[in-house]
Design a protein around this ligand. Structure first.
Ligand SMILES: [Zn+2]
Length: 490
């Protein structure tokens, strides 16, 4: 057996001002792929594990990814996908293809990059070779993707601590297909429904019971897999919204019935998917009055994992105005890091931090403080965190203790707050603070839930704001709930 392993993974925030150019992608080739993903918890980890266990003759070809920034340039798409497809074409024939994609990739040319890739791979390998895709639940999934692939699996947990497990499920089904044990039949339902980002935690209601229903569907006789796809509202594409996928064994009617069943359940719950969150001022007041800390404030509008700038200052500026002390946060600000590095450890300086990428994430804030630590910004996480990565590098990092009683961890590269090691690696103990800001919605939970007295989602402005009325959509379908409350689903 010979199986091609590849992937092109991007969550495209079409409202972001930072384009996903070729240079911004990390491209792994050949054995670099297992070297980076072995003993981790990512989708690739799961695909590689099953590929080996089942002797699928895995040939790692190419895997390209970058942070969830803006539109993929035509040049980046052509070069990366071109190279990936040439490898699949030139190194075949294959018994199977495994792809680790995201599901919300948009390029200048294609609103459905993942469907386009699936179609091109299908054209190369022909109709009989199984293609498995292991994807993120934040995809905007299209019928085209489902028609071109043989089986598609999605994370079922948000935060995404099950990336490896779900990819294992995908590879197992592909293997069973190759050996003739099963014949996957997929069906996708896409009711006109958007779930607010602040309602996406799969461990809480309303999703908790919907996910339990999904698990019940999977356990039914004749079923191979099922997914509740949450969609990605920051990609302005026709397919934006939730999706419900069922994979049955050789029974398209059962798959249709089950996809429809899950979609109907979600549609009945739609009012519960609308988000309501406190303002920065309300959230900070609540945190300041809390009996014990740390109160972790999720900076929803600056969700780095959702394509934001990582340098939003709305919470910091408000905390300064309100005199909230014992406050910790990260800020992407390479210029400020350089200023701290020039001043040196122990030096005191006054500088402006954050709010420098664009005009949607607050003004730079003037602070005075002393440099506590300078670090190389590299850290390693062995626990299964959101997305399952192991190695992180946020570039030269400065820890600044300000006269306002704030600690700012200033980074040279955009890095999400998904690992507590980000703090420990520069000697910062978040447990000791009253207020800790985490830039994200669900992704920081595995890192901060174990130490948080309370987690509060905050309605901060920005390109990932939970206030979806702040975005100007041009391409999304209409009507779509909750934008158009009259939307119906028969
Ligand atoms: Zn995701």
């Amino acid at each position: 057996m010979r199986t091609a392993l590849a992937g092109f993974s991007h969550e495209t925030n079409t409202f972001s001002s930072v384009p996903a150019t070729y240079e911004r992608f990390q491209v792994l080739r050949g054995d670099e792929i297992p070297r980076r993903h072995e003993n981790a918890h990512s989708s690739l980890t799961g695909l590689i594990e099953v590929g080996r266990e089942r002797a699928m003759g895995l040939v790692p070809l190419l895997y390209a990814s970058t942070g969830p920034i803006g539109m993929i340039s035509k040049d980046a798409f052509d070069r990366i996908v071109g190279e990936m497809l040439a490898m699949i074409r030139d190194q075949g024939p294959w018994d199977a293809v495994l792809l680790a994609n995201h599901g919300a990739a948009v390029s200048e040319e294609y609103s459905d990059v993942d469907g386009e890739i699936a179609a091109r791979v299908r054209a190369i390998v022909g109709p009989r070779v199984p293609i498995g895709m292991a994807m993120d639940l934040h995809g905007n999934i299209t019928q085209r993707m489902i028609e071109q692939a043989t089986v598609v699996t999605f994370y079922r947990e948000n935060p995404h601590v099950d990336a490896r497990e779900r990819a294992r499920e995908c590879a197992e089904i592909v293997h069973r297909t190759v050996v003739g044990e099963v014949r996957p039949a997929m069906a996708l339902e896409t009711p006109p429904l958007v779930i607010n980002i602040v309602k996406q935690h799969t461990g809480s209601e309303p999703l908790k019971s919907l996910m339990a229903e999904c698990e019940a569907v999977i356990r039914r006789p004749g079923m191979l897999s099922a997914s509740v796809i949450q969609g990605y509202p920051y990609a302005d594409v026709p397919e934006m919204g939730m999706g419900f996928l069922a994979v049955a064994d050789g029974d398209p009617a059962l798959a249709r019935e089950m996809a429809r069943h899950l979609a109907r359940r979600a549609w009945e719950m739609r009012e519960q998917f609308v988000g309501h969150t406190p303002s920065p001022r309300e959230a900070l007041a609540r945190a300041a009055q809390a009996e014990r800390g740390p109160v972790v404030l999720m900076d929803v509008g600056d969700n780095i994992g959702g394509g934001s700038t990582a340098d939003s200052t709305f919470l910091l500026a408000e905390a300064q105005r309100m005199g909230v002390r014992s406050y910790l946060q990260t800020l992407y600000d390479p210029e400020a890091v350089q200023a701290c590095a020039r001043a040196g450890v122990g030096a005191e300086l006054t500088l402006k931090v954050g709010g420098k990428t664009d005009d949607r994430h607050g003004e730079p804030v003037e602070v005075t403080g002393h440099v506590r630590v300078l670090g190389d910004g590299k850290f390693e996480e062995l626990k299964p965190i959101h997305g399952g990565g192991r190695y992180s590098d946020q570039g030269l990092t400065a820890v600044l203790d300000t006269t306002d009683g704030h600690t700012l961890v200033l980074t040279s590269r955009r890095a999400g707050n998904t690992s507590i090691q980000q703090m420990y690696s520069v000697g910062v103990q978040p447990e000791r603070y009253k207020v800790v800001v985490a830039k994200g919605v669900q992704s920081p939970r595995p890192a901060y839930e174990p130490i948080a007295a309370e987690i509060v989602l905050v309605n901060t402005p920005g390109v990932t704001s939970s206030d979806l009325s702040s975005f100007e959509y041009k391409r999304r379908r209409r009507p779509l709930f909750p934008f158009e409350r009259e939307a119906t689903y028969p």
